[in-house]
Design a binder for this molecule. Structure first.
Ligand SMILES: *[C@@H]1O[C@H](CO)[C@@H](O)[C@H](O)[C@H]1NC(C)=O
Length: 312
């Protein structure tokens, strides 16, 4: 019946391999994603759509992981016609059209899911969306068998936002200061999950400030329609470096550890005293490489070891 849909056979091995080899410094997020997506995709009769909420700073890999999920579910990957990207500060922002936007969004989701039940809806910069608009999605995301004859339970919804970043970064820094090995960090470490959900549930406007927008006031959270809140940790120098190497390979540039060091070292790190975490993660890497290679400025040799502060 849905033979025209772009659904490839889901192999969790492919997803696992991609998450392990293409995402840097996110052992926690990738483990939760792999488990959640695999269980959901293997379930012939899911109770509700899969709803994942990704949290973390820019360049930590939220979009990247969303694309990797799409690539392992659809033949056309993130450009499949079953993958729908909505960007918070671009789509649906005008207050005065709120009712129209609500109706339109629900109509789109309904139309697409009717055509192909396994569709993926990605809401990027979720924290910039009007909370009422998000609220209006609640029935779709919840445990309803069907709504007016349409079932949404085979669909995937991903919410990407910066909300909670401060908490994630603070916990990551505290753990780093205490000498915890990053790869040993669990959702329970430093109460990461609890702290993150405290942000989510008790946002008093102080901790998260403006970046939260209205997202956390939205009842979407309270109703437990989000299956997993997934923290993306701030990246360290060594992860940025791996990112540079991956981009270099993708661009067909010759392998150069020196260049990787050079580019990773140019990035900014915080906090100022320790310079542990990258401000922009993997975000500026490609642009930087483009500039360097277009100017023939590739410092392929002898840029020396990275400053001691940046490594650990
Ligand atoms: C599917 O969603 C897109 C937005 O991503 C929208 O333009 C399109 O009209 C929708 N299709 C249906 C059948 O509703």
């Amino acid at each position: 019946m849905f033979s025209s849909c772009d659904n490839k056979t889901f192999h969790s091995e492919g997803l696992e391999l991609d998450l392990k080899s293409k995402v840097f410094g996110q052992h926690l997020a990738t483990a939760v994603v792999l488990n959640a997506v695999t269980v959901f995709m293997r379930d012939q009769h899911p109770q509700k759509p899969l709803v994942l909420s990704f949290h973390g700073g820019g360049g930590t890999g939220k979009n990247h992981v969303a694309k990797i999920i799409a690539q392992n579910i659809f033949n056309d990957g993130e450009s499949s016609k079953q993958v729908h990207w909505f960007i918070g500060d671009y789509h649906f922002t005008k207050e005065e059209n709120l009712e129209t936007h609500k109706a339109q969004l629900r109509r789109w989701i309904r139309g697409n899911v009717t055509k192909c039940p396994c569709s993926m809806f990605i809401f990027d910069e979720m924290d910039k969306m009007n909370p009422e608009l998000i609220d209006s999605l609640r029935p779709i995301l919840d445990h309803y068998g069907n709504i007016d004859g349409v079932t949404y339970r085979y669909a995937l919804f991903l919410f990407l936002s910066n909300a909670g970043t401060r908490t994630i970064n603070r916990v990551a820094y505290d753990l780093w200061s205490a000498g915890t090995i990053r790869e040993d960090i669990q959702l329970s470490s430093g109460n990461l999950e609890t702290e993150l959900s405290k942000d989510v549930f008790n946002n008093n406007g102080l901790i998260l400030c403006v970046s939260v927008g209205g997202f956390w006031h939205s009842r979407l959270i309270n109703k437990n329609v989000v299956d997993f809140f997934i923290p993306f940790l701030p990246l360290e120098y060594r992860h940025v470096r791996l990112c540079v190497l991956a981009h270099m390979a993708a661009m067909g540039l010759p392998w150069s550890e020196d260049l990787a060091d050079h580019v990773a070292r140019e990035m900014q790190y915080f906090p100022r005293e320790d310079r542990v975490f990258s401000v922009t993660g993997c975000k500026r890497v490609r642009a930087r490489l483009d500039i360097l290679s277009s100017h023939d400025e590739l410092p392929l040799q002898g840029s020396g070891p990275p400053s001691h502060n940046a490594v650990r």
